[in-house]
Write a protein that binds this ligand. Sequence first.
Ligand SMILES: Cc1ncc(COP(=O)(O)O)c(C=O)c1O
Length: 378
Amino acid sequence: MIPLSIPHLAGNEWTYVKECLDTGWVSTAGAYVGKFETAIADYTDSRFAISCMNGTAGLHTAMNLLGIGAGDYVLAPNLTFVATLNAIAYTKADPLLLDIDVDSWQLDLDLLESFLAERTEKRDGACHLSADGRRIGAIMPVHVLGNMCDMDRLLAVCGEHNLPIIEDSTEALGSTWKGRHAGTFGVFGTSSFNGNKIITTGGGGMIFTQDETLATRAKHLTTTAKTDPLDYFHDEVGYNYRLVNVLAAIGLAQMEQLPGLIERKKKMDAFYREQLKGVGDITFQRVTDGVDPNCWLFTFRTDRMRELLTYLNDCGVQSRPFWTPMNQLPMYAGLTYVTENHQAKKVHETAISIPSSSGLTDQQLQEVVDTINEFYNG
Ligand SMILES: Cc1ncc(COP(=O)(O)O)c(C=O)c1O
């Protein structure tokens, strides 16, 4: 099987993990947590980076810190991984879904702009849904596959309507908009180091913020809200969302390799785009002008997605379909849906991800292309 997106552990992972094991610093305390946070903050030019156990926990924490809870809404795209909506559900707020742009697969900013202008009002310094007066506590743009929407426009429209941004930048580590890193635009941004991501810690996450008070609060809330180094005194209901030292050690080793991994991903992306252009009815995700994407996972659209999926997997080319839109999942089907243009559905029904693991050889990439050509041209 040519693997879809598996970890590439080719640096100091063994050395750093061995050090954790040799010294016994495997758990929630230890130097690698801080080292990993500093490495990622430096790389992304984020003032603060706070590690946590996964991307979902990062999103949940960000909403908690904005005081989002029962009675609030949070705006999110209909096309995302389920964790985005689950994190909203954990706070007891209700998601409001927006459709996506069918070419870039990011939030449709025209829809967002008209929704905010026509269906919301500003009150007490916050954005409220006019229909029922409930607060919209945040918007959660998802940088799907490391692409982004026009961030200048997003910041302007959200600023105008007093709508805080929490970036679900879990897939976009290393992606930039006009030179600025994904995750550093919003009040909060997030990263995921799940096994299939551009770097991995097995499971892990990071919260980005540029605000010192929020950074201190994020560390406090994710580490059981303990106020005293000695006494077990906790001043609020905190979470045990910590990333453990042994995983942070893997993370630091992965960060050392990130520039090289992105370079390789970009070459793979360019190869696929060149080789698959004009093959069958294949169309590519449009990268938004101004975005330099991390090219994490190559995904394209074809009306014959289901047939191709079966064919590739049968031929040993691991491939997978794209997310089911959130309003088609049973627990989110009854939501107040803001705009339904059926674009998320269209992308879901046609998009297919193909092998993008950093360790793939040029020969394996050629095999993927040959197999796709065989499917369309016999
Ligand atoms: C768009 C999106 N949001 C949220 C997450 C959640 O991250 P994690 O799996 O680390 O909890 C992921 C990744 O899995 C994701 O792709």
